[in-house]
Structure formats: structure tokens, C-alpha cells
Design a protein around this ligand. Structure first.
Ligand code: ATP
Ligand code: MG
Length: 257
């Protein structure tokens, strides 16, 4: 059965989508069966997977509304070697339309049930907000993977997120855990980044991945070609870092078993 992970941080621009796309491709490169769910109306994970979002007839939006199922709406990312449940602008409307639905927080969880056995990993790229879409991600997931930049305000934002995870655990999804914290866009020469990083390890210990994602321009360039960095520039520091992250995750899981 798939491990379902929500990649989330209510702070914008911290590397959620970059992580979702490149971790999906890196896990797929190690022969894991991966489904990437784009839960953001910006549709960046869709574009970054090489999928043209404007021409899609079925997306995660129709899935959440119960108009179609995941098996019919998913598309293959040929460049990334994984399946994707795409999103586009339409998804912005779901926030309001779902309000009248029953069990509106668990729509994605219910939709995922029939395909759980088809995958080893299901990664959910959440939008930069603690809204109903993100709640659907948190209810469908077994754990959250939190990408963060080691900046001054990062720890403050993190405590809000940890509170949210606790609330969701208490009210909606008792199994929800923190899978790991990922330091992104990391510059080891920046002393503030070093300080925040040290604090992070003090507070969260082993939950902080040892793998660090460096700032690397190839990671920023790859999405405009619709390619994971692994295909765009396999030898770049960014590609190597995401491969290392996939390896670290798989090792952790093997150690648990
Ligand atoms: P949003 O909150 O808007 O969904 P996000 O958290 O998904 O944003 P990304 O879109 O992954 O963040 O990244 C924000 C920007 O930073 C993008 O332009 C991306 O290409 C760039 N970026 C992400 N990670 C790195 C990195 N390690 N090195 C250089 N650029 C990066
Ligand atoms: Mg994003």
C-alpha cells in the first residue's frame, strides 16, 4: 500500500512544488511507483511534470467534486516516469463549491482509496495556505513532508504548521505524523541559515532530513522545459540532492520495517 505524503508549508515559495516534482522523479528512478497529486490551482507541479494544463478535461478538481475518479483523470508524466493527477485554475473554485458537500475535508482521501495499492508513494503538492484544499491533503496523507528555507521567520511559520498538524490529528486524521523537514535553497555560507538550521535540529532532531537541497539554478530552470531536473541536468547539484533525498527516505523506511 502506498505511503501518502502531503508536501506542505503555508509559506509561499519555499520549494514545495520543486520538491514534489523532483522527489517524484527521483523515487521513480529507483523503481518506485509514484503518483504526484497537484493540489494547487497554480498548477505548477502539473506544468513542471511536462503536462499542458490548459487542455485538460479532467483534473483533481473533478475528482474532488466527485464527477470523475482518479483512474480516469490521472496522466502520465513521460519525462518523470510517474503518474500525475493534474490541476489548473479551475481548482480555485473548489474551495467554495465544496463548502456545501458533506465530509468536505476527506474528499481526496476517499478518492484515493481505490488506487492506493497501485503505488509505492503518493506525493501531494499543497498550495501555500491552510485552506480546504490543504486540509484535503492533510486528511488523505499519512504524514507531512515540510520543505523550508532556513530564514528568520521560518521557525515561526513552522510552529503554526505544527499546531495545524496537531489539530488535524485531533479532529480529522488521527494517524497524521510529521514525516520529515527538508532544508531547501540552502546556502551553507550564510550564517543565519546555519543558525536556523541548528535550531531546527534542536527542536526536531531526527525529523530533519540529513540531505540538504542547495540553491541551484538548474532546479529553477528545469520546470520551464517541463522536465524534472534529473532529466534536464542529471549531474547538477540539485538533481544529485533530490536523488540523495529519495535514498534517505527509502533507507529510513527500510530501517523502520
Ligand atoms: P508556492 O508556495 O507558490 O506553491 P513552492 O513552495 O511550491 O511555491 P517552488 O515553486 O518549488 O515553491 O519554488 C519557488 C521558486 O524557487 C521557484 O521559482 C523555483 O524554481 C525556485 N526554487 C525552488 N527550489 C530551488 C533551489 N533549491 N534552488 C534554486 N531555486 C529553487
Ligand atoms: Mg507550489
Amino acid at each position: 500500500m502506498a505511503r501518502v505524503l502531503a508536501i506542505t508549508n503555508q509559506k509561499g515559495g519555499v520549494g514545495k512544488t520543486t520538491t514534489a516534482v523532483n522527489l517524484s522523479a527521483s523515487l521513480a528512478a529507483t523503481r518506485q511507483r509514484v503518483l504526484l497529486i497537484d493540489l494547487d490551482p497554480q498548477g505548477n507541479a502539473t506544468t513542471g511534470s511536462g503536462i499542458e494544463k490548459r487542455t485538460l478535461e479532467k483534473t483533481v478538481y473533478q475528482v474532488l467534486l466527485g464527477e470523475t475518479d482518479i483512474a480516469s483523470a490521472r496522466v502520465r508524466s513521460e519525462s518523470g516516469n510517474y503518474d500525475a493527477l493534474p490541476a489548473n485554475r479551475e481548482l480555485a473554485g473548489a474551495e467554495i463549491e465544496l463548502i456545501t458537500f458533506e465530509q468536505r475535508e476527506t474528499r481526496l482521501k476517499s478518492a484515493l482509496a481505490p488506487v492506493l495499492d497501485e503505488y509505492d508513494f503518493i506525493l501531494i503538492d499543497c498550495p501555500p495556505a491552510l485552506n480546504l484544499l490543504t486540509l484535503n491533503g492533510l486528511c488523505a496523507a499519512r504524514a507531512v513532508l515540510i520543505p523550508m528555507q532556513c530564514e528568520y521567520y521560518a521557525l515561526e511559520g513552522l510552529s503554526d504548521l505544527v499546531q495545524t498538524v496537531k489539530k488535524v490529528r485531533a479532529n480529522l486524521n488521527p494517524q497524521l505524523e510529521i514525516e520529515g523537514l527538508l532544508r531547501t535553497m540552502y546556502d551553507p555560507r550564510n550564517s543565519l541559515a546555519q543558525q536556523v538550521s541548528a535550531q531546527l535540529q534542536q527542536h526536531f532532531g531526527d525529523k530533519v532530513y540529513r540531505t540538504v537541497i542547495p540553491r541551484n539554478v538548474r532546479l529553477a530552470e528545469a520546470p520551464s522545459h517541463g522536465l524534472p531536473v534529473l532529466v534536464f541536468d542529471k549531474n547538477s547539484k540539485g538533481a544529485q540532492a533530490y536523488l540523495a533525498l529519495a535514498g534517505e527516505m527509502l533507507n529510513r523506511i527500510a530501517a523502520e520495517a
